[in-house]
Design a protein around this ligand. Sequence first.
Ligand SMILES: *Cc1c(COP(=O)(O)O)cnc(C)c1O
Length: 345
Amino acid sequence: MKTLSELVRPNILGLAPYSCARDEFKGRDAHVFLDANESPYNSPFNRYPDPLQMKVKEKLARVKGVAPENMCLGNGSDETIDLAYRCFCRPGIDNVVAMEPTYGMYKVCADVNDVEYRKVLLDDNFQISADAMLSACDDRTKIIWLCSPNNPTGNLLNAVEIEKILTTFGGIVVVDEAYSDFNKARAWRTRLAEFPNLIVLNTMSKAWGCAAIRLGMAFASKEIIELFSKVKYPYNVNELTQNFAIQRLSDAFEVEKWVRTIVVERERMVVAFGQLPICEKVYPTDANFFLAKVSDAPHIYNYLIDHGIVVRNRNNVQLCHNCLRITVGSKNENNELLAALRQYL
Ligand SMILES: *Cc1c(COP(=O)(O)O)cnc(C)c1O
């Protein structure tokens, strides 16, 4: 790996972060706060939230087995995707490499930041080849984006190939594990100590059932986290979100029950969907959705809309011709989908 100071944008390396009012007295006791031009009314929401979200991080540390100093929280993991570009990629100069097809935000954030986005097509089993990804890189490639399980294909990426990329590539490797709760593979966040160039993304939006609160996280070395923390907006995670996340994280047992139920439903749906006359193939999945090749994706998509059921049409995505991406819902929702499709002529 190149050194971090070789990888970081020079303006970010030298950045003096915004200093919050509360930073300046840190650690000492106080009870009269006249430092931040807040209102004295409507407590507790009159006060700015903790910019480093320490209480949330302490909860997360227990749930995820990662130390608070190795976490940066964002307004959804989408914010942490953007942060990676803003920390490492010089607009108009640097590039990133990603697999194709994958999650759309890597490309959107590349475009917003004026960073070249290089795509490497997955193979027929939706797997990556480390060699193919590495040959797409040059000395201005700062980040390789990996998503495992991948969206929209649903499969885990081969861990041997990921490890090869981590040990061979000189830049940053992001492994987006938004769906890691839905499978038993070893999570990459448990291997941060082995790979100083690894950033792992997790989110409260999927297994944790909290898409509306907007809370995502990046796990990485202390040095990378310090960079992210200095570039992010100081109060990027609001107090309502922090409070709700603490509450949700205290109920990990409930969430585990949800996940077990969804996985059982997933296995049932993969079989039942595969038996539908319209279905040509259900691809293997390790997430809370599955990708299926059907006879006529656009037509079936519209048919389902007419029945009040929305799935994701991936027909126009490379390697996903005539594919629908279907989220595993509640038992009733899944049955409604199956019933509608059994009537499709
Ligand atoms: C859903 C999803 C996310 C989650 O984004 P949030 O901003 O945290 O809601 C991240 N990555 C992938 C691959 C996803 O599918």
